[in-house]
Design a protein around this ligand. Structure first.
Ligand SMILES: Nc1ncnc2c1ncn2[C@@H]1O[C@H](COP(=O)(O)OP(=O)(O)OP(=O)(O)O)[C@@H](O)[C@H]1O
Ligand SMILES: O=P(O)(O)OC[C@H]1O[C@H](OP(=O)(O)OP(=O)(O)O)[C@H](O)[C@@H]1O
Ligand SMILES: [Mg+2]
Length: 288
């Protein structure tokens, strides 16, 4: 049996659940229960705060878990867990920021004794120490951006993604501590257990198949037979495009191929120029 720890709220909770659902690992949630069964009776789910999941996985309370890279570092358990995969969302950078009108512009302008407000006290302290600095850490549990303006701190260390919150609060980035994304992590002992490892690998394969498929599209079209060679040149596909006869029209063939999402726009235009018709671009749920 595998216990998988998932975030119960916060911004990564929903996207993670969506990926698992697409991977076929349906979770049977009952109301506000913090435990759930899945379609695989060997995999059970527990819901917890993303912040606490690194500790649960490191201690073996859960075998695997989904959380942010920043939160693993903040708990200081990065050497106790194995990083299995990167979801590539929940992208944020932990940065040191100062009021726009202050004369602090780089890490070199920081002085011992200055106050820095943060939700990431351990990570911030460790980073500053590595730069030979010893600031007073003011631990807050959110809305850190307000701290410099109410006289609570000179600086903050907080997450930034689009940069909107920093801008709105008239703060400028002074330095970057770490860049983070959502990760699947595992307990090292669980991975040593043959049965558990097999189950964990199935979860990894399932998630990877979904994340990979999200970057791809299935493209289908009818095209003149005499243009096949030219079309083949511009759509590599996974193992080459599949070409089949169109019964109603001897001069036409049906072609389908899997292509990179980024290639779709220019590709469709070129295909039309080569006489392709009835072009369909279809999302793919999983690629194994
Ligand atoms: N603005 C953001 N953009 C993208 N990812 C973010 C952002 N803010 C936080 N994260 C990431 O979300 C992950 C989960 O954090 P958390 O569960 O605290 O979510 P949250 O949405 O900040 O919830 P809350 O602040 O209500 O506790 C963290 O790893 C963090 O790096
Ligand atoms: O660069 P942006 O896209 O504006 O995102 C950055 C903001 O997002 C997070 O806050 P969150 O919404 O989690 O609120 P919190 O401060 O209460 O954690 C983070 O702490 C920043 O405040
Ligand atoms: Mg937050």
């Amino acid at each position: 049996m595998i216990l998988l720890a998932l975030p119960n709220k916060g911004r990564i909770s929903e996207p993670v659940n969506k990926v698992l659902e697409k991977a076929g690992l349906k979770i049977m949630v009952q109301g506000r229960s913090l435990f759930a069964q899945t379609v695989d009776e060997e995999i059970k789910v527990m819901f917890a705060r993303a912040k606490d999941i690194p500790e649960f996985v490191a201690d073996g309370v859960a075998d695997v878990g989904v959380t942010g890279y920043d939160l693993v570092l903040e708990r200081g358990v990065e050497d106790k867990v194995e990083f299995l995969l990167d979801f590539n969302f929940g992208k944020a950078r932990l940065v040191i920021a100062a009021p726009e009108d202050s004369n602090i512009n780089s890490i070199d302008d920081l002085r011992n004794g200055m106050k820095i407000a943060t939700e990431f006290p351990n990570l911030t302290r460790k980073y500053l120490k590595s730069r030979g600095l010893n600031l007073e850490i003011i631990e807050l549990s959110g809305a850190t951006e307000i701290a410099p303006f109410i006289g609570v701190a000179d600086l903050i260390s907080d997450l930034t993604s689009t940069g909107t919150t920093l801008r709105l609060n008239h703060l400028k980035i002074v330095d970057e501590i770490v860049s983070s994304t959502t990760r699947l992590i595992a307990n090292k002992e669980s991975l040593k257990d043959e049965k558990k490892r097999k189950k964990i690998n199935q979860i990894v394969t399932g998630i990877k198949s979904v994340l990979y498929a999200e970057t791809k599209r299935l493209i289908m079209m009818n095209a003149p037979k005499d243009r096949i060679e030219e079309i083949r040149k511009i759509i590599p596909g996974m193992s080459g495009p599949t070409i089949s006869e169109v019964l109603s029209d001897k001069g036409m063939v049906a072609i389908h191929a899997v292509v990179d999402e980024k290639e779709v726009f220019p590709l469709v235009n070129k295909l039309e120029e080569l006489g392709a018709r009835d072009i369909l671009v279809i999302p793919i749920e999983r690629i194994l």
